[in-house]
Design a protein around this ligand. Structure first.
Ligand code: FMN
Length: 173
């Protein structure tokens, strides 16, 4: 489908569940199951990062569909203080192969934050230029939840042979 108007909406929020310091957060896996099930149907893609107890997510797709999904996500009790950081009409997607890419990337994020003299990951303080820089970093990042070398197609997130997503949730469908 050619989108009527392709937009990228980026927002941040604060997790309401207790954050596990030293293990993979199972709630993230559950959210990714939902993303990868629903977003493809709506032709919505994007990227999700969870760090320091904060979510940072970009949603790309048709304006009406992205707005509808965002309004739905915003009511999810697993997070609060949901705040839009940027909404823009874009000529093309940054994450064309992903219904929802998950990025951990702690070291590279830390390096970028450090280079901007920011001490920790707090997306509420990001301006639009920094949001764009971070998204650029996410484009080239690997998704640790899926098997290496596979994108989101063919349900890699749910059915790929490797990655913690598969180990935690097994094959879906
Ligand atoms: C930070 C965060 C990001 C989410 N992103 C998506 C998403 O991209 N797509 C999606 O379908 N659900 C996403 N969800 C889950 C939705 O809020 C919701 O639980 C899901 O769509 C199922 O809704 P339903 O129970 O009404 O079917 C997200 C939840 C959170 C907390």
């Amino acid at each position: 489908m050619a989108e009527k108007e392709l937009i990228r909406l980026t927002y941040c929020s604060t997790a309401t569940f207790p954050v596990q310091k030293y293990s993979i957060e199972p709630e993230i896996g559950r959210i990714l199951v939902q993303c990868r099930k629903n977003n493809r149907r709506e032709e919505i893609g994007g990227v999700l990062h969870f760090g320091n107890g904060f979510f940072f997510q970009a949603l790309e797709g048709d304006r009406a569909r992205v707005n509808k999904l965002y309004n739905h996500i915003a009511t999810d009790p697993r997070h609060e203080d949901v705040q839009v950081l940027s909404v823009k009409t874009v000529p093309r997607r940054m994450f064309p192969d992903w219904s929802m890419k998950y990025v951990a990337l702690e070291e590279r994020i830390k390096a970028l934050l450090h280079s901007k003299r920011r001490s920790n990951f707090n997306p509420y303080k990001f301006d639009e230029a920094f949001v764009d820089e971070l998204l650029q970093l996410f484009v080239s990042a690997e998704d640790p939840s899926v098997e290496k070398g596979r994108g989101n197609d063919a349900d890699a997130g749910a059915q790929g042979k490797g990655g913690w997503f598969k180990r935690l949730f097994g094959a879906q469908n």
